[in-house]
Design a protein around this ligand. Structure first.
Ligand SMILES: [Zn+2]
Length: 350
């Protein structure tokens, strides 16, 4: 049976307001201009001030919502630091704005900070060629390749400039916030070194995008690391959460706080087992063409209508499943005369 999260709260805080979800832990919701239309952020009481976890995307609407929070919940107490889980714009988008406003440091995993800084500087001239090469090799046709340039070098549009210095946080580190220890648990695959924060005292896990109750986090191969196996490291990193208490309150970045962490971990793993099987079946059904391309597998895995943005994410996810199948020895990859990778099942092969 499909996983049924136990949502702990009735509804959600209106934009600009905060709800206390555990002692000293407050939930805020900020708008996003996407199909996924919100992100959850967290404020932790920290002695004579506040620690913020994640920041929202850089829009007038989000900045206005923060202003309402500053007038309300902050109660005149200052922000002491900004912790960011990972480099995606909805998480790091206003980190620069907030750090500058309160003159406080950014705490973030080093590679997340560096990735964000790097992508902020990418342009079509710098990154365009690797995007074209990657999507062409994955089997996208000219119609899709022709719109790639519109997707390159856009990262900086949704963020305020990321601070030029960082206070690194790393797996296993305990951060003291308001007299309580919060342990960093690193997740991989959705982003390079995504930081989750676990407080044993409160039995609360700030899970970011690594563990979400309803949607399975995007785990994609991207042009910057075209031969990676992000699904392999994603599934491996989920094992770091299996020894947390079964009744942990999980605070995810999207949807609602929930209980049922261990069931959700099992559910995520079995979801990908199914997707891997479907990907092998797709390879088998394209055997006559010399194997399936990433774009072919996309057509098998994603039956619903996808907009352009979703199409690129879906392609990355399809390639991620194929690359993990290569790691597992279940498919092999060859490049065809057009320079497109084709994947064939190894089952039954001599
Ligand atoms: Zn993310």
């Amino acid at each position: 049976m499909a996983f049924q999260p136990d949502y702990v709260f009735d509804g959600e805080p209106p934009i600009g307001e905060t709800w206390e979800v555990a002692p000293g832990v407050y939930w805020l919701r900020m708008p996003l201009p996407f199909k996924l239309d919100h992100i959850n952020l967290w404020m932790l009481e920290d002695g004579d001030g506040w620690t913020l976890v994640d920041t929202g995307i850089n829009t007038d609407e989000t900045r206005a919502a923060w202003d309402r929070v500053f007038d309300g919940r902050l109660g005149g107490k200052p922000v002491k630091r900004v912790i960011v889980t990972h480099f995606h714009p909805d998480h790091v988008g206003l980190a620069g704005w907030l750090c500058e406003r309160f003159d406080v440091p950014l705490w973030m995993p080093y590679s997340e900070w560096a990735t964000g800084r790097m992508l902020s500087r990418d342009t079509v001239e710098i990154a365009g060629p690797i995007f074209h090469a990657f999507y062409k090799a994955a089997g996208f046709g000219d119609d899709r390749l022709s719109i790639i340039d519109q997707r390159v070098g856009r990262y900086g549009n949704n963020i305020s400039p990321i601070p030029a210095a960082v206070r690194r946080i790393a797996h296993g580190e305990e951060i003291e916030i308001g007299g309580r220890a919060w342990r960093v648990i690193e997740g991989n695959g959705h982003s390079p070194e995504h930081a989750c924060l676990f407080c044993a005292d409160l039995k609360v896990l700030i899970s970011g995008d690594q563990i979400l109750p309803k949607i399975s986090p995007n785990v994609s191969v991207w042009p910057q690391e075209p031969h990676a196996d992000p699904l392999g490291i994603f599934l491996d990193s989920l094992k770091r959460f299996t020894d947390l208490p079964a009744d942990t309150l999980v605070l995810p970045s999207h949807n609602w706080p929930f209980r049922g962490l261990l069931e959700r971990l099992d559910d995520l793993a079995s979801h990908h087992v199914e997707r891997l099987d479907e990907s092998v079946a797709a390879c088998v059904s394209h055997e006559a063409e010399g194997g399936a391309t990433g774009a072919d597998v996309l057509g098998h895995l994603f039956k619903r209508e996808l907009d352009t943005h979703q199409m690129f994410f879906a392609l990355g996810e399809s390639v991620a499943h194929l690359h993990h199948l290569m790691t597992l020895g279940r498919v092999l990859r060859e490049i065809d005369a057009d320079g497109v990778y084709r994947f064939r099942s190894t089952a039954g092969a001599a």
